[in-house]
Design a protein around this ligand. Structure first.
Ligand code: ZN
Length: 1121
């Protein structure tokens, strides 16, 4: 502490105490200064403004610096709150005007202003008001040859530019020119001042008006040349901060399109690319790589996807709609409100309460009227066969035969007429398979006596699939049949010929006639565990640099279309020598176009949902013609979501035909160097401001000339469901299990939507047993309303198989409940490979409020059926709709709770007066204990306005189902429990389906007095459920920010921290010019957290004051050199 030992117009001790209190304890408020008297600080500030002589001004500055340097930022903030910035500005203006300029005072004053102003968010405005802005610019102009003074002015200007209007004002007054002139080519002199100039220039570019001026004046090119010069000559890597600062200027200057164009036009991409290669090779230059890479991403010219139209290749003429005006939004920025999304990221995290939550109690509790005439519900009588069946044949021991009277009468029952086709010999009429071409090849092979599978070719697999009878028209078994004979795997609940027969009846828009091998052959989960993929450091950087190379060396790029759904000459052709072959024209397939980029790299473009130009996410395609052990890079370049689990350990899935023939019919997780990032493509007819994301992954195939399939997730087709249901129907014990397969309705595309009833056959036909059976509570389960969520189908498969099994818990469940299951609410979407929508281009899970009977028949009738159940007093005990979640891990439930929604929405309603049965928590609590993939903490029970048309909310609100859920299963894996760190496979998904059923046993007590043998399981004792009220907002992202920047528009140079500027300011005062040259360190470390007192150069500290005391003129001080 200084001991000046004089001055009576303010109290040292009081001021110091006050300031240190402020910094030590938040409880001490400024108002606690002695009442009635000005605080010491205020006196100090007033002295500064009114000081008429140099000595007292200097002393005051010194004291202030001493005070502010000893503590934390909080001291400065306190000083700002007391008008510190204004006092400094006023002193600056007075000094600059009065003392024609006196550097002895100006320099410390500017230094202190830089330190304080940097922490004052309104400093720009205050400076304008004090008329200090132009004054500082003029000071700068007048002292360009004085290094320290220049640096000090530049810092202050940089600080002023935190206000955009101030930056603009400076720009309008030639500030850009003045400052740009101060940035020299490579030099070792005055590097601190050079950096101050570059930082000030970057700060001026916070104003868009200045960016435009800078671009127009050619400063982008100037900055590039400067960067090049410093890069080339700074061989000792001593000027890294200066090079970084130049990159920052370029980053700022490319905020407008003209800036980006200018950078590209002046060779910026090449310069940045090549300088980055050098930086990657040098240890000390690592910090320059990331900013340069991000700058390259940002300035890469945007280009449209090479498509004739953004709309799906497949269109469907909707009944009653003209052909040319399909519904659905056109590129509204890809913001959808899917269940699993938090697209509006910024909006939510800053708000205390979520606006999306319903806060109106009446709306939360209302039970709206029927959306249709009551009479219409009569049609659903047929969907409750268990209620009409008299079980007269029970005593004879034979269950109802497959053409029971009532079923024959049921209109829309589809299975009877399908069954006959299984034994049909001729290929189905809709199967335009070209037999002639491949017959010859098969013949050749037979002559040579080689096993067909040695020459595995996709086109052989594409023939004869649908003629599943085993014999081709010429009487010879087809190749696939021979393979099946020889290698067929025994997969539970899967029979390939049954599958082919079911597929032959499936109606698709393109009229698919070819089966994907994995769907036909079947899949068994692999034995080994599949951990999440580790992410190599800087994998995205590597990929982006490869992408930039395309631009710089176009001659190295093949750019050959090797597959195009719209061009028949480019479909699975082998004309492209050395290229992989692609194919996607089969059920659930999605790949629109493949372009060969380099010899082992392909760009892939996905097809939009039918009648739509969005929702690119699901993919499923065949690839063949590969060489073994060579890494192939695949880039899906038109993804839409802002982030993806592919950045967090998820891998796509692969199925190899050769592996299957060798006895390993597995979908396996595959791919290395996986990452997901925003790219520079925009829709072919859309706005340039939208851009897509790239999912890139690398696959190394095991076998030469294999035929493989790649998919977003384990495929599960509509035909798979049909054959699975038929298999189940055959497998159940008809004496025990009442299993009925019916059609809810036909879809728009003409496919029946299955509805399954499962319950226990009553023990006898006695009135008592029949009565018990007919009074079992209903459980309604649905799935796959979103076609891309194939995980939901695997969970449903697990549910169905468990319910039909002989497991004693399954028996109990059947005895306790009647299950009504609609396993696929959106068959058309699934069949045609869409991700989100049905054929009308709409998300069916947003139609539940008022479903259209023509355009959304499955939802219309599912809702009608639920109304019907309610109308006969059989409101379901539980409703659950199975989904998949692409941005979170684990499996979890969304439910509905009035209280929790009110709590979370910040509603003023006194929830103590709201009565609510907490029973909606029983199932999640139970699952938490019994299902390893399930995460209770991820569940929530909030009713969002944006979800009011979903099945979960409508069934809860309109039907009054307390336990109405969406069950979300991750595409990735688990981050808790015994499955932690593993990706989920079909085994885990199916297990989840069976566990969900088991959790229903926890509800059984009290609902039925019958057998309770399973109820004593300790895991199911759920007497008192603790309500922790801590529902999370369901749509927030679980994941931390990605390790690498997904977006490229974000500012990677956050405004510099106060400490950095302090360090530089202190450097300006603690060293002489000579020292500066030996010590170009500039904030080399960021550890300097205290505001060390270096404000006044050491010579001023004591000596100058002494000089003054001795009566010497201060104007002779060394600063007027
Ligand atoms: Zn969904």
């Amino acid at each position: 502490m200084h001991s000046y030992g004089r001055q009576s117009n303010f109290t040292w001790n009081g001021t110091l105490r006050e300031l240190s209190n402020y910094s030590c304890s938040e409880r001490v408020r400024p108002s606690m200064a002695a009442p009635g008297s000005s605080s010491g600080l205020e006196v100090l500030l007033s002295t500064l403004q009114n000081a008429g002589d140099i000595e007292s001004t200097l002393s005051t500055l010194n004291v202030l610096d001493e005070l502010l340097s000893a503590g934390t930022d909080r001291r400065i903030l306190y000083m700002i709150s007391k008008g510190g910035s204004e006092a400094l500005l006023s002193a600056l203006v007075t000094t600059a005007r009065t003392f024609s300029p006196n550097f002895t005072i100006l320099l410390p004053l500017l230094h202190l202003l830089a330190k304080v102003g940097h922490r004052d968010r309104r400093i720009g405005m205050k400076a304008e008001k004090a008329e200090a802005v132009m004054l500082t610019l003029n000071l700068l102009k007048q002292n360009e040859r004085h290094s320290r003074m220049t640096a000090a002015c530049l810092w202050v200007i940089q600080v002023f530019c935190s206000s955009v209007t101030t930056a603009t004002l400076l720009g309008q007054n030639r500030g850009l020119d003045v400052i740009f002139r101060l940035i020299p080519p490579y030099t070792t002199r005055h590097t601190r001042t050079v950096k101050a100039a570059i930082d000030a220039f970057a700060a001026l570019l916070y104003s868009m008006a200045n960016v435009k001026t800078a671009v127009a004046k050619g400063y982008v090119s100037g900055l590039l040349r400067l960067y090049e010069d410093w890069h080339n000559k700074d061989t000792g890597h001593e000027a890294v901060p200066i090079r970084l600062a130049l990159l920052h200027c370029l980053q700022q200057a490319t905020h407008c399109r003209f800036g980006r164009d200018a950078l590209a036009a002046h060779g910026g991409m090449s310069l940045l690319y090549h300088s980055t290669q050098t930086c990657l090779a040098s240890k000390g230059l690592e910090s320059l790589v990331e900013p340069a890479v991000q700058l390259m991403r940002k300035c890469c010219p945007k280009c449209p996807l090479a498509l004739t139209s953004d709309r799906s290749v497949y269109t469907f003429v909707l009944p009653g709609r003209p052909t040319e005006t399909p519904p659905g939004p056109q590129h509204v920025g890809f913001e959808d409100d899917s269940d699993d999304d938090a697209e509006n990221e910024e909006a939510d995290c800053t708000k205390e309460y979520d606006d999306d939550l319903e806060s109106d109690v009446n709306k939360l509790r209302s039970r709206p009227e029927l959306d249709r005439p009551l009479e219409q519900l009569g049609q659903y009588v047929r969907l409750c066969p268990e209620l009409q069946h008299d079980f007269q044949d029970l005593d004879s021991g034979s269950e109802v035969d497959d053409s029971s009277d009532e079923e024959d009468l049921l209109k829309g029952d589809f299975w009877n007429d399908r069954r006959s086709t299984v034994t049909h010999r001729d290929s189905p009429s809709r199967s335009p398979v070209d037999h002639t071409a491949s017959t010859a090849e098969d013949g050749d092979r037979d002559v040579k006596g080689e096993p067909a599978e040695i020459h595995l070719q996709a086109r052989d697999l594409h023939s004869h699939f649908l003629s599943s009878s085993g014999l081709k028209p010429d009487g010879h078994p087809s190749m696939v049949d021979r393979l099946l004979e020889k290698h067929g795997a025994c997969i539970p609940h899967h029979e390939p010929r049954l599958y082919a027969a079911a597929a032959a009846l499936t109606k698709s828009i393109p009229g698919y006639s070819i089966l994907a091998f994995p769907d036909f052959w079947g899949h068994l989960p692999p034995q080994s565990k599949e951990p999440m993929a580790g992410r190599k450091p800087n994998v995205q950087r590597k990929k982006v640099l490869e992408d930039v190379q395309r631009l710089l060396s176009p001659e190295d790029i093949i750019n050959e279309v090797v597959f195009d759904l719209e061009d028949p000459s480019n479909q699975c052709s082998s004309d492209h020598s050395g290229s992989l072959s692609f194919f996607s024209q089969f059920e659930c397939g999605n790949l629109r176009k493949a372009v060969r980029i380099r010899s082992h790299e392909y760009d892939l473009i996905l097809n939009a949902d039918v009648n739509c130009s969005q929702h690119h996410q699901w993919f499923y395609f065949e690839v063949s013609g590969m060489a073994a052990d060579i890494p192939y890079r695949f880039n899906i370049i038109n993804c839409e979501k802002a982030n993806s689990q592919f950045n967090y350990g998820m891998q796509p899935v692969l199925y190899s035909v050769r592996e299957a023939l060798e006895g390993r019919p597995h979908w396996v997780r595959t791919g290395t160097e996986i990452c997901y990032y925003r790219n520079n493509y925009y829709p072919s007819q859309g706005w340039k401001i939208c851009s897509f994301y790239t999912l890139t992954f690398t696959v190394t195939f095991r076998h030469n000339q294999d035929v493989c399939y790649l998919a977003y997730h384990f495929p599960y087709t509509y035909s798979a469901l049909q054959s699975h249901l038929q298999g189940l129907q055959r497998s159940v014990d008809p004496d025990k299990v009442f299993f009925r397969l019916q059609s809810l309705c036909d879809t728009l595309g003409g496919n029946p939507c299955p509805l399954v009833t499962v319950t226990a056959v009553p023990s006898s036909k006695s009135w008592r047993d029949l009565h018990q059976m007919r009074n079992r509570p209903c459980v309604v389960l649905t799935a796959r309303v979103h076609p891309g969520e194939s995980n939901a189908s695997w969970v449903m498969k697990g549910t169905l198989e468990f319910l039909c099994s002989s497991d004693p818990r399954a028996e109990s469940l059947r005895e306790a409940y009647i299950f009504k299951i609609i396993p696929m609410l959106n068959p058309d979407g699934v069949i045609n490979g869409t991700h989100r929508c049905s054929l009308n281009g709409e998300d069916l899970n947003r139609q539940w409020l008022k479903p259209d009977s023509v355009l959304s028949p499955t939802i219309y009738h599912a809702k009608g059926f639920l109304y019907y159940l309610s109308s006969i007093g059989r409101t379901p005990l539980v409703f659950c709709d199975y989904h998949g979640h692409s941005r979170k891990k684990n499996v979890f439930l969304y439910g509905c709770s009035v209280k929790e929604t009110l709590w979370q929405s910040g509603s003023k309603v006194n929830t103590a007066t709201v009565k609510e049965d907490p029973g909606y928590r029983t199932i999640p609590k139970s699952l938490d204990r019994i299902a390893p993939a399930f995460s209770f903490n991820s569940c929530n029970y909030l009713v969002e306005k944006s979800r009011e048309a979903t099945a979960r909310v409508v069934v809860w609100r309109e039907m009054g189902v307390l336990r109405s859920y969406t069950m979300e299963s991750t595409y990735n894996g688990c981050d808790q429990g015994v499955l932690k760190g593993l990706q989920t496979g079909t085994r885990e998904l199916e297990e989840m389906g069976s566990k969900f059923c088991q959790s229903l046993l926890s509800l059984r007590r009290g609902t039925t007095p019958y057998k309770t043998r399973v109820m004593c399981h300790p895991a199911l004792e759920l007497d008192h459920i603790f309500l922790d009220h801590n529902s999370h907002n369901c749509f927030e992202d679980d994941e931390p920010p990605c390790v690498e920047e997904i977006e490229y528009l974000t500012d990677i140079f956050p405004k510099s921290k106060g400490n950095d500027l302090d360090t530089e300011v202190n450097g300006n005062t603690s060293s002489t010019d000579e020292e500066e040259e030996d010590e170009p360190e500039m904030n080399r470390n960021g550890r300097q957290h205290s505001l060390e007192s270096h404000l006044c150069p050491h010579l001023i500290g004591q000596e100058t004051l002494n000089i003054k005391r001795n009566g010497m003129s201060i104007s002779e001080g060394q600063y007027l050199s």
